[in-house]
Structure formats: C-alpha cells, structure tokens
Write a protein that binds this ligand. Sequence first.
Ligand SMILES: Cc1cc2nc3c(=O)[nH]c(=O)nc-3n(C[C@H](O)[C@H](O)[C@H](O)COP(=O)(O)OP(=O)(O)OC[C@H]3O[C@@H](n4cnc5c(N)ncnc54)[C@H](O)[C@@H]3O)c2cc1C
Ligand SMILES: NC(=O)c1ccc[n+]([C@@H]2O[C@H](COP(=O)([O-])OP(=O)(O)OC[C@H]3O[C@@H](n4cnc5c(N)ncnc54)[C@H](O)[C@@H]3O)[C@@H](O)[C@H]2O)c1
Length: 470
Amino acid sequence: MPDEFDVIVIGAGPAGENAAGRAGRGGLSVAIVEGDLAGGECAYWACVPSKALLRPVELAAEVRRMPGLEVGPIDAGAVLARRDEAVSHYDDAGQVHWIEGVPATFVRGWGGLDGPQRVRVAEPGGGSRLLTARHAVVLATGSYAAVPPVPGLAEAEPWTSHEVTAVKAIPERLAVIGGGVVACEMAQAMHGLGAARTTILVRGDRLLPRMEPFASDLVAESFAASGIEVRTGTGVVRVERPVPGGPVTVHLTSGPPVEADELLVATGRRPATDGLGLASVGLPADRVVEVDDSMRATGVDGGWLYAVGDINGRALLTHMGKYQARVCGDVIAARARGERDDLPSLRDTADAYGAPQVVFTDPQVCAVGRTEAQARAEGFPVRAVEYDLGAVTGAYLLGDGYRGRAGAVVDTERRVLLGVTFVGPGAADLLHAATIAVTAEVPLDRLWHAVPTFPTVSEIWLRLLETYGL
Ligand SMILES: Cc1cc2nc3c(=O)[nH]c(=O)nc-3n(C[C@H](O)[C@H](O)[C@H](O)COP(=O)(O)OP(=O)(O)OC[C@H]3O[C@@H](n4cnc5c(N)ncnc54)[C@H](O)[C@@H]3O)c2cc1C
Ligand SMILES: NC(=O)c1ccc[n+]([C@@H]2O[C@H](COP(=O)([O-])OP(=O)(O)OC[C@H]3O[C@@H](n4cnc5c(N)ncnc54)[C@H](O)[C@@H]3O)[C@@H](O)[C@H]2O)c1
C-alpha cells in the first residue's frame, strides 16, 4: 500500500466519506483513516438508531389519532432488533466496501497530524504508520457528547447518546439532563418504548431553546399529555449512584431530587480533537477547527488543511456535514488541477442562511433559516406570521386532534423569507420546500404562484402568505 496520497481524510463518518468520495471523483488518490467504525456516529450511535427507535413511537401516536384503528403495546424487543439491523449489527463491512469503490484506500487506525501534510496513524495492532498528503488533509473527526463537570456525574457512569441509542433494555425510570434535541428525541423514544417514568431536567426556561417558542410549547404539551415530566429552570447540583448500575439520584437547584434507574446526559457536544495533533500545525488543541467558506482551515500556512462536519462547529447535522464535504472534495480537486476554485458550487453558502433541521419528536419540529428572535437580533426588518397547522384541511384528514403550528419570518424590505418553522406530526417533508424558498430567496410574490395541492398539509403555505397579506 502506498504511503503518499493526493488527499488524506481523517474520520470516516458521513462528512469524511463524502469528502473522500468527491475528491476521488475529481481524479485524486485518497486515503481515509478511521479509528472505530466506518460510517461514523451518525450510522451507529446517532441519526440512524435514534430514528429507528422513534419511528414506532411516532407511528403508534399517528394510529391512535385515527378513529377505527387500535394500537397494542409496542414490542420493544422487536424495535430493538430492528434498530440492530439498521446499524448493521455494528459491522462496517458495507461502508468499507463503499469506500473502496470510490476508489479510496481505507486505513484502520486513529490518525493525528504530525506536522504539515503528514498524518501518523496508530494502527489497531499497536504499530504506527506515516502517511503524507500531496495536496490536502481533511479533518472529519466529528464530535463527542460533552459531560458537564457536575460532582458525582462522571462517577455515576451516565448514559450519553452512545448508550441510549444502543440501549439493550428500556429502563423503568429515566432521568435526562438537557433540553435540546437529543434530550427531547431520546426521552420520547424511551418513554414510548416503555419507560414508566421519564423526567427531563432543563436548566433554561423551555425545551428546544434554539427553535421558535411555539415549537417548545407544542412539544412540552405533547410530552405532558404522554406522561413525560419536564422540569424547567432547574440545574443539576450533584449526582449519587452508590451501587454501580443501581439507582441514581440527581440533586437539583430547585425542587426535590429525582431518582432513576438510568441517567442520560444530553448537554451538547465537544469537537473530537483528542490526539488529532492540532498543536503540531499551530492550531489550538481543544477547539473546533475554524474554516473559511471553502472549508479550508484558517490560520494554517500553505492552505493544505480542511475540516468538514461537526469538527468545524458550523452546523452539527449530518446533511450539512455532507454538503460541506461535497464543497470540500470538489474545491480540493479544482485546486489540485490548477482550475478556478471560486465557482459558486465551491463555497459553503447554505450554512449562512441557517441549516434546515428536523427534530423527530411527536410533533416533529422542522425549521430552516432564522427564528424571529435571531432575525431581529441580526438587524433585519422583520415581520413574523403564524398559522394553526391543524386548521388546514389536509392536516384534519390525517387524524383527530392533529396539533401543529407554522411560522414564517419575513424580511419586509426584500419581501423574502428569512426563516420558516413547521411543528406537527409528519411535518418533516414540508421542510424542503421551505429550504428552497429561504436559500433561493424566492420573493413572496413569486411564491404566491406556487399553488399547493388540495387536500395536503402543504396548503399551510397559502395560509401563511394570506396571513402576511397576499
Ligand atoms: C443521538 C443523536 C442523533 C442525531 N440525529 C441526527 C439526525 O437525525 N439528523 C442529523 O442531520 N444529524 C443528527 N445528529 C448529528 C449527527 O450525528 C452529526 O452531525 C454527524 O454524525 C456528524 O458527522 P461527522 O462525519 O462530522 O462526524 P461523525 O459522524 O462523528 O464521524 C466521525 C468519525 O471520525 C472518527 N474519528 C474521530 N477521531 C478520529 C481519529 N483521530 N482518527 C481516525 N478516526 C477518527 C470517529 O470514529 C467517527 O467514525 C444526531 C446526533 C446525535 C448525538
Ligand atoms: N434530529 C436532529 O437533527 C438531531 C438529533 C439529535 C442531535 N442532533 C444534533 O446533535 C447536537 C447535539 O445535541 P444535544 O441535544 O446534545 O445538544 P443541544 O445543544 O441541542 O442541547 C443541549 C442542551 O443542554 C443544555 N445544557 C448544556 N449544559 C448543561 C448543563 N451543564 N446542565 C444542564 N443543561 C445543560 C443546553 O442549555 C441545551 O439546551 C445538536 O446540535 C443537534 O444539531 C440533531
């Protein structure tokens, strides 16, 4: 196997794989280094298993809303077995096969920078190997769950996203620290699959604080209706678990302590920089790797270092990491061939609009662009409109008691959308139309002529535009 390649990618998650794929397509020789499983967090301990666990819960809720249909108790064992299939039983042979078909050279081991254009790989057998890159090194090492320094927390061996998505038996009582996306999705999955008592401990005043307030309200309402307890405005002071694997007690800044059988920490992520050798090229060792819009690391001489996906901190989402990777692989190939590197497709412009995201709770929270508060804080001339999603005929036909809401944030000078949020069961597939409208800056007066079909939930577009005054 050669030790010199045009491009070396460290990390074979969705971002790394796509960077390798695009650079390979551009005619470059590529090596991709992976210490764990090719496919990354997303495939085994994040997006894929979490959605496999949530889908039956969502489907059961949907069926319950339809008179004439009945749902029995969910067979958690069958759901966990299907999750295991979805994660390929934690075997990455299929992903490695895909990588080799790029074609790229797959190198198993933990990689770290060893000075400019050099990558040292610690191989599983204990050996070490030095690879050199003719044109570029791409960092795509992702992120890990951050565990806050609360007394007793680390000793209590809490679950993070890794353990909860790989759950083998649903706990009877689950406590969750954090009110963000992982907390909401996994609390609902565990509760729906049989946890009798699920408590979410939120430091701030609402769930999903980065979303529009009406989204937080609707999710909180749904959680209350299904028996999930949400305690807001409470911090974790201390955690006790005297017997490993036994009950855990969480002491709070306000309210009585919570006792549970498992504790999930879902308080955000830290970039996966451990052992990455960032200091060897003059970068801070423990922070996200900042990049320009061509994904090139800033502050590194020679312009050979790139970073895509969670490691650059731009948007912690698989689809955005993959988008950045397409830009990155293509721009590296263009630069290696001495071609123009400033074409529009060779720049990340989507992140600046606000990444699209779906939170797969019931109801789903689907948002793109800026919230009203963000748009105002950034100084845009703003008017926001909202409409009851459940009042659209298409939503009524989906079942009784459909609860949802939509909101649009409009730049009143340019008459374009700055942000759109849909909250409702099954609303995820409404989002891409909004993503197009926001990123293409489609004027409202053109959108008016994009006629939504009857009777679909898409008629919400018409209602929002009418509410704005069209
Ligand atoms: C529970 C959960 C659910 C999520 N659900 C969604 C979702 O539904 N939709 C969505 O868009 N996003 C979701 N995300 C976010 C998504 O998982 C991440 O944004 C995505 O995985 C980032 O991709 P990445 O390629 O940057 O990193 P990762 O997927 O983390 O992959 C990085 C890879 O690099 C490897 N690596 C790290 N360091 C080294 C090294 N030094 N040498 C060699 N290899 C190394 C790791 O082993 C890993 O395989 C979820 C996250 C969590 C935690
Ligand atoms: N469906 C999806 O798209 C999806 C699903 C899961 C995760 N993700 C991605 O993964 C990333 C990580 O998710 P996450 O939920 O861990 O992070 P997050 O940033 O969404 O939420 C973390 C929450 O924890 C709180 N928090 C932080 N420190 C705390 C502390 N010491 N005590 C109590 N609360 C504390 C924060 O206030 C915040 O509300 C997100 O950025 C998200 O983009 C996406």
